[in-house]
Write a protein that binds this ligand. Sequence first.
Ligand code: AMP
Length: 417
Amino acid sequence: MFQKLNIIDPILKALKDEGYVNPTPIQEQSIPVILEGNDFEGCAQTGTGKTAAFAIPILQLIYSKQGAQNGSSDIQALVLAPTRELAIQIGENFTSYGKYTKIKNTVIFGGVSQKPQTDALMAGVDILIATPGRLLDLVQQKYANLQHIKFLVLDEADRMLDMGMGQDVKRIIAKLPKDRQTMVFSATMPQKILKLIDSILIKPVKVEVTPVSSTIDTINQAVYFVQKRNKKSLLIHLLKDESFESVLVFSRTKHGANKITGDLVKAGIEAQAIHGNKSQNARQLALSNFKEKKIRVLVATDIAARGIDVEKVSHVINFDLPDVPETYVHRIGRTGRAGSDGVALSFCDREEKQLLTDIEKVISKSIPVIKDHPYAMGNSNMVVSSSDIVKNKDVKKKVSDGKSRKSSYFRRNRKRS
Ligand code: AMP
């Protein structure tokens, strides 16, 4: 129960409106220690409720100080996020949880006109959510003053560094007051993140929820071995099944995402693409069409999909396997959210087999193979029935059966090569 975490009434009321009953594990562990003023290091990915884990205590700390007054004109909290979509979502969450407080937030990101953003900054905000590049721009133009920041959150820190934002993040941190409370959230904790954490956090409380391999336990995963040229036909074939209600398809490249979308539309399947080359408006429109179920399929690249929070994606389909195994975990985390089951299907062509092996190492389990499809490559064992997985029946048992058979497939395969 949220009441047990000493959350103040205006926020409790908003959480009730959201339909939240119990805190998630990361919230249970972060809210009290952040309220006590500790720095915080959270190893958690999107889908664990990590946004509320920092947003609730920050709202409460600001509220406790300024009471029900209108916000001050100083920015008190800064949240840095890697993508515009994630920044927007964080802003929406602050707005929802803070709706009975007068605490104001605004979101700034690149790729769109800065005027509405500078107007909002000039009107005064308490909480600023930003992508690093645009923020630095606006700081340099003196629209954003970071000298009164008391709370700093780096969200999806690993992704910010992966996306080459490390320098910008450091430049921003150098402009902040030393006397502040800092929280870092990251899905993975590679060496470079630990180094960053070491340099900016003071005696942090560390919380790790759902280690990478276990977050995905509620997701039914399967792989199809298919030749590259047949992937498109396999996708169209799968999408004939209406139980694929809302499907997020991942493509490694922007060009690929456009091509897949075009092919689906030609086949009469409503689909839109979301990637970095699209204008911000086009991306938001595709996302809201998908959220409102106006389109069934959203085709995304990894960067664009980062942080996308759609209530219930029934299926994630990896049209291409990602080069970085952790990305697989991020991708499939889009389905099976907040405890609900989901399905993640991956297409693997001959050249991607090593990537699949790397992924299986990271998630510490074998992904069952579906062979009974019209575009099978012909040399794999049949492990589970496709209808069970794609219709999201409980295949956990079969999945565990699949483990031994799957590994024998790989043993055979290795011998041959
Ligand atoms: P996040 O990991 O912050 O992206 O949150 C994932 C999803 O869980 C979002 O749709 C949130 O609205 C939802 N959520 C967060 N906290 C709770 C909670 N305590 N109870 C139910 N849903 C939640």
